[in-house]
Design a protein around this ligand. Structure first.
Ligand code: SF4
Length: 470
């Protein structure tokens, strides 16, 4: 579904490259491919071996960068970032990468995820005299690294990582080194590729395809990679734990042409649709998916049931984002402007409407109404993920518990609220079977905490759920 109206938002996307004469340009293209992961700000930092060069700004990648910037962004290595703004956390100063300059060595940081002990660490740092100038977790990581004093930076990063808890996939660029790291549970996706002799790193493999890079492997949970003129070195800053990669990456966030943990996202969504058809079959005339992220699951549902797949809903591609306003009423209008039901397809038909998830229920209710207004005789809603009942603490905006329709309503109550003739969700077992290639492999596990409430890390009493802009 459409992020702006659904209330589900990814926090960020990261990209990095080492050893390419057009490092800034490659990063720009990489960020384009990752634009769906954050539309509020973008930035690139390069190194020419002597100094770090930064350009960043609020807005889409295309708004932030013009040709002129690339003459300043010189260097053979770069890191880049696209970001989704949190409430009170928007604005230029929070756009990443963040650069910390000092006499000896400077560093730039970009990170995706959310630290569950950020609040405690901020209090500790402030008590020890640090002055934090942003509301971003990234700055906390930087201060923890900097306060290690004169130890080699690799050691300082390892020691900082030992203190932070939660979900993080990060890149750090100094004048002469690139560092890449992933949290001990591998909650956020991060892959390594090659572009000729250059190394590339991205939140999603679709960024590799766009620049012609080839996929090498996933960054391992708890891994710290160093790339410099001496080559590529890897170590574990902590023993890897059972991986718990975010299952919502498969359900909703990642692009269908990306591979996560060696499983293609489109293929996994088709399997979710097939599983859903097996778990909750229904007699109907057509299957339709809510564009864009639910189409793969709808195709899977259609293949499993033999009910023809049709384009019963169309996305209106050129609606300006500025129309989306936070009030409930305007949000509903937003759905109408963004989606249309195709009368010629659904009129007089029993329709199965496949969607990837239900957050507040507002969007589903509006789409059911759109289909009925266009003449559908019955609308059966099938959701290709389990009910979202718990907030996410790891960098995905799933809203607070009180806003989640499934946290306080049964499936039948939700069916009634959204006006569907029937409603069914995919089971947690069905989801796991669709996205875990090998359950016995430690690196193939997934997080389903927003469905089950079983969080893979400790959650502290003062853990802050990022309050996102609506
Ligand atoms: S709680 Fe949900 S959204 Fe958050 S990391 Fe886990 S699966 Fe992803």
């Amino acid at each position: 579904m459409l992020a702006e109206i659904k209330g589900l938002n990814e926090e960020c996307g990261v990209f990095a490259i080492w050893g390419h004469e057009k490092a800034a340009e490659m990063t720009y293209y990489g960020l384009h491919a990752l634009q769906h992961r954050g539309q509020e700000g973008a930035g690139i930092v390069t190194t020419d071996g002597e100094k770090l060069n930064l350009h960043k700004g609020v807005g889409l990648v295309n708004d932030v960068f013009s040709e002129d910037e690339f003459s300043r962004l010189k260097g053979h290595a770069a890191i880049g970032h696209v970001r989704y703004a949190t409430q009170g956390g928007g604005g230029y100063e929070n756009v990443q990468p963040l650069v910390f300059r000092s006499q000896k060595n400077s560093m730039a940081l970009a990170h995706n995820g959310n630290l569950v002990n950020a609040h405690a660490l901020k209090s500790q740092l402030e008590a020890q005299g640090s002055i934090l100038s942003t509301t971003s977790d990234t700055e906390v990581i930087a201060h923890l690294i900097k306060r290690s004093g004169n130890v080699p930076i690799e050691e300082a990063i390892s020691s900082a990582l030992g203190m932070i808890k939660g979900a993080y996939a990060f890149s750090i660029l100094t004048e002469d080194q690139l560092f890449i790291g992933l949290d001990p549970r591998g909650l956020r996706p991060l892959s390594i590729g090659r572009l000729g002799d250059a190394y590339v790193v991205a939140s999603e493999t679709c960024a590799f395809d766009l620049i012609g890079a080839t996929y090498e492997r996933e960054v391992r949970p708890g891994e710290l990679i160093v790339i410099d003129n001496d080559g590529f070195r890897t170590s574990q800053f902590t023993s890897p734990l059972q991986r718990t990669l975010c299952s919502m990456e498969y359900v909703y966030f990642s692009r269908p042409d990306s591979d996560l943990n060696e499983l293609n996202v489109h293929a996994s969504r088709k399997t979710m649709g097939k599983q859903l058809a097996n778990e909750a079959p229904i007699e109907a005339d057509v299957v339709t998916g809510v564009p864009d992220s639910s189409i793969s699951a709808a195709i899977g549902f259609s293949e499993a049931t033999g009910i023809p797949y049709e384009l019963g809903l169309i996305k209106n591609r050129y609606v300006g984002r500025t129309f989306i306003q936070p009030s409930q009423e305007l949000r509903e209008q937003g759905v109408k402007m963004k989606l249309s039901a195709v009368r010629g397809i659904v009129e007089g038909k029993r329709v199965v409407m496949v969607d990837d998830s239900i957050v507040r229920g507002t969007t589903s209710r509006r789409i059911v109404r759109l289909l009925k207004e266009a003449g559908a005789t019955e609308v059966h809603v099938r959701i290709a993920s389990p009910p979202i009942q718990n907030p996410c603490y790891y960098g995905i905006d799933t809203s607070t518990k009180g806003e989640l329709i499934a946290s306080s309503n049964s499936v039948d109550e939700i069916r009634e609220i959204i006006g569907a003739d029937s409603l069914a969700f995919l089971s947690t077992e069905g989801l796991e079977a669709s996205i875990v290639a090998d359950r016995d492999k430690q690196e193939h596990g997934v997080c389903q905490a927003c469905f089950t409430g079983n969080y893979p890390t400790e959650i502290y009493p003062d853990t802050v759920i990022p309050a996102y802009k609506d």
